[in-house]
Design a protein around this ligand. Structure first.
Ligand SMILES: C[S@@+](CC[C@H](N)C(=O)[O-])C[C@H]1O[C@@H](n2cnc3c(N)ncnc32)[C@H](O)[C@@H]1O
Length: 306
């Protein structure tokens, strides 16, 4: 039997289990505690962490082959010479590749790396700034790219509202991130451990942790799917493991339990048309969320409804 069938049967079994829990009037709050959910408090520590460039060092190796998929996605979606914002651009490697065809501004909490090989020009600018307080006028960009960033944002709703503000009508937002709430990650960790390899920090470093997390994330995922069907968002944040980020890489330093469900519903509620979504709960850390959405014209929509 292949792994997807196994995985699907597992999901169905877990759905039945969650239903049983509900039916036995299990208190929802206790059920929710299967996964940690934090009201994010220590914002400053996280801002400082990212501004110190821990993350940028890790992403500096990202090259053209790493960005192949997103470059293809953008070239199919946005006209050449459009004005783009690469939000949370890190070392600026993606911004640089985009600047061959577009006018790009890269923005990050970090200053532009002094030893960078990238040449800034009229087509490639770099601004040190915070996605929570974007320093641009309304309707400034034809496209906004968020590549591997949303999982590091402490107030995703606020950032998406900012994105909507600085994007032109009919402008495009492209969001690529992992899906961090899938049991596929602890399941992968379990297979790795069984083959004598290292597990995955946060999701499964030991066999016990993998098994607990497979259940925990199945419930988390089911909860998200139910809310998605109801058209509701529920952004959940986690205490990032800042200590381990440099040592282990990966997404131990993520602050938001990134998933496609919240983002799609939120964008739709903000008058965006989701024109393409490639989501895979099987992919987990390796992608899992790819969303392209177009900012709608509220006035036209209201007029058309009449
Ligand atoms: C994993 S890196 C991704 C970098 C780049 N987009 C890439 O794909 O190579 C995440 C980046 O988001 C930045 N970041 C985190 N919070 C931010 C914020 N509030 N405003 C701007 N940038 C932020 C970090 O500094 C870091 O450079």
């Amino acid at each position: 039997m292949n792994t997807s069938i196994l995985f699907l049967s597992f999901i169905i079994l877990s759905l039945l289990l969650s239903l049983l829990i509900f039916l036995s009037s299990y208190k929802i709050k206790t059920w929710m505690n299967y996964y940690k959910c934090y009201e994010f408090k220590n914002k400053k520590e996280v801002i400082n962490f990212y501004a110190k460039g821990e993350c940028v060092d890790l992403v500096d190796q990202h090259d053209e082959s790493y960005f192949k998929d997103i470059l293809k996605l953008i070239s199919q979606t946005l006209q050449p010479n459009s004005k783009l914002l690469d939000l949370g651009c890190g070392s600026g490697n993606l911004s640089y590749l985009l600047s061959y065809s577009y006018n790009v501004i890269g923005l990050d909490l970090n200053p532009f790396p002094k030893d960078s090989k990238l040449k800034l020009s009229e087509r490639l600018q770099y601004i040190r700034g915070d996605a929570l307080n974007l320093p641009f006028k309304e309707n400034s960009f034809d496209g906004i790219i968020m590549h591997s960033v949303i999982e590091h944002i402490q107030d995703v709703e606020r950032v998406l509202l900012n994105v909507s503000k600085v994007l032109k009508v009919n402008g495009i937002v492209v969001i690529v991130s992992p899906c961090l709430i899938t049991p596929a990650i602890p399941l992968t960790a379990l297979f790795r451990l069984l083959r004598g390899r290292k597990g995955i920090p946060v999701w499964g470093e030991s066999l016990k942790m993998c098994i607990i997390n497979i259940f925990r994330f199945t419930l988390f995922l089911c909860h998200k799917i139910v809310l998605y069907c109801m058209g509701k968002t529920d952004f959940r944040y986690r205490l990032p493991d800042l200590r381990k980020a440099r040592e282990i890489g990966g997404d131990a330093d993520a602050v938001y339990w990134a998933n496609p469900f919240d983002i799609i519903i939120f964008l739709c509620n903000q008058n965006f048309d989701v024109i393409d979504k490639k989501t895979s709960i099987l992919q987990g850390l390796k992608g899992g969320t790819k969303i392209i959405a177009k900012k709608g014209d509220l006035y036209t929509k209201v007029r058309n409804k009449k």
